[in-house]
Design a protein around this ligand. Structure first.
Ligand code: EPU
Length: 456
């Protein structure tokens, strides 16, 4: 298996699918802080749209051509899984990703791959619907909690799948799925990938499916639009009730994924924390209403246009705010860490609660090493804003925590080293390149002190 993966990685690298930093060499960022960012950058295509959309190409009868799929480690990981599932996947010279099912008999997604990225669990819905059988590893927990998949399985069972769990694998079987009314609410509200998984499976089910308490995130709408472009019949995506009329087959199609709202907001917040002036293009401002609202309340200057948003902070410190993360259209958990960095330099005490992932707070201890004053009780933090942060060696615990530490390093006095940046490479395309184009001073360097890298 390992040899296969290494051969696969070599093939993909020559085909140009693999993102920077995917080679398994541990790297770190060295940041010289204190430069106000200035200029314009373009947000890439959305990671969290692209991943389930790539998985959904398992459903297609013909070739799919996907535009604006970002070059990321997570996309590479999913590409490896798609190959093991008999789907060819290549990058065209113009950057589009082309997929085609070559061998529909392969329905096994191994632990070695699925455990690297939880989003890969969303191959199970398409495999079951199209091939009648799937054996997919349970993804396991991650840095910010248990992250169960019970809602995914509940939805697939409601569609008539027989599901067993054996030795860490979910084995799902169904001759043909049947439409059903499915309530998908969980303890923290709706599930983004749970909704996506069930929606993909229901597209080829017999009859009508209604998903109640569906997730409303723009990435769910993007997936529904892609499935409809393949010939599915889905209405109501973006609301809590999604109607799906099952169809017999789906065809290949050409589709462009939406801009990455989390990356766009991260870049703008990086502008704000350095007291700079940054414009981000290729953004859909309506996808981030809760974020604009909180930034404005914190006295961050925001102006928005049709597909462009600018931040202008000219040296001002943000003021204190209180906020909680919530499912869309609430404030996204994927921006909680970045907002915490920003408020660490605020004028006043802010209160933040992560309702989606109360344990997604490993960056608190790292920010404190840089001089931030943060008190944590369970999923709630009080951030007492400081006039300055100091550069220090810190470690990224997940993708968004890594981005938050880079932001803090950009604003801090002196040098910051951010280690374990493979987390950042999972989800931010050309992150340091974009920030350097705005005037940041960030160098990528090998991390000699790092432990052995994870499997590619
Ligand atoms: N949950 C359950 N049961 C389930 C599934 C989820 O109880 O079967 C709970 C989770 O534990 C959590 C809440 O429901 O408390 C929401 O989780 P959700 O299922 O919506 O998360 P996800 O679909 O696995 C996606 C994003 C995450 C993002 C969350 C929340 C992708 C690939 N991932 O994950 O993105 O944080 O939605 O918005 O779309 C990131 O990009 O950094 C990232 C982690």
């Amino acid at each position: 298996m390992r040899k296969f993966l290494l051969d696969f990685a070599d093939t993909q690298r020559t085909r140009g699918i693999l993102a920077r930093g995917s080679g398994g060499i541990m790297e770190k960022f060295i940041i010289q802080g204190g430069r106000a960012l200035k200029g314009e950058v373009r947000a890439s295509g959305s990671k969290n749209s692209a991943l389930p959309i790539i998985a959904a190409t398992i459903l297609a009868g013909g070739e799919c051509s996907l535009g604006d799929v970002p070059r990321l480690r997570d996309v590479d990981t999913l590409a490896q899984i798609m190959q093991t599932l008999g789907v060819s996947i290549e990058r065209d010279p113009d950057g589009r990703l082309r997929t085609r099912v070559m061998n529909p008999d392969l329905s096994f997604a191994p632990y070695e791959l699925v455990s690297q990225m939880r989003a890969s669990f969303c191959v199970i819905g398409p495999l079951l619907a199209r091939r009648g059988y799937a054996k997919v590893s349970l993804p396991g927990g991650c840095e910010f909690g248990d992250r169960p998949v019970d809602l995914h399985l509940k939805g697939l069972r409601a569609l008539g799948a027989e599901i067993e769990i054996e030795h860490g694998y979910v084995i799902a079987r169904a001759k043909r799925l049947r439409g059903a009314n499915i309530y998908l609410g969980g303890p923290a509200g709706s599930s983004v990938l749970g909704t996506g998984n069930v929606m993909m499976a229901a597209c080829l089910a017999e009859g009508q499916t209604i998903i109640e308490h569906a997730a409303c995130e723009p990435e769910v709408v993007d997936l529904a639009n892609f499935l409809n472009a393949m010939g599915a019949s889905i209405e109501g995506a973006g609301s809590h009730r999604i109607h799906i009329k099952g169809v017999r087959t789906l065809e290949g199609c050409a589709y462009d994924v939406i801009p990455d709202r989390i990356e766009a907001a991260t870049l703008l917040m990086a502008g704000a924390i350095t007291g700079g002036e940054v414009t981000v293009s290729n953004i859909i401002p309506a996808h981030l209403e809760a974020v604009w609202d909180k930034l404005k309340e914190a006295n961050v200057g925001i102006t928005r246009n049709c597909k462009i948003v600018s931040v202008s902070q000219s040296g001002r410190r943000p003021t204190d705010v209180e906020f909680s993360t919530l499912p869309y259209p609430g404030f996204p958990t994927d921006l909680q860490a970045q907002m915490m960095s920003l408020l660490s330099l605020g004028d006043g005490a802010s209160v933040l609660t992560d309702n989606i992932y109360p344990d997604r707070l490993k960056h608190v201890a790292e920010l404190k090493r840089m001089g931030a004053k943060i008190l944590r009780v369970n999923g709630t933090c009080v951030i007492v804003g400081q006039p300055r942060l100091q550069g220090a060696p810190v470690m990224a615990s997940d993708l968004r925590a890594g981005a938050a530490l880079v932001m803090a390093g950009l604003a801090a006095e002196g040098e910051t080293e951010v280690r374990r940046i493979y987390h950042i490479d999972r989800g931010y395309e050309g992150f340091e390149g974009k920030l350097c184009s705005l005037g940041a001073e960030i160098k990528r360097a090998p991390d000699e002190r790092a432990e052995k890298p994870p499997a590619v």
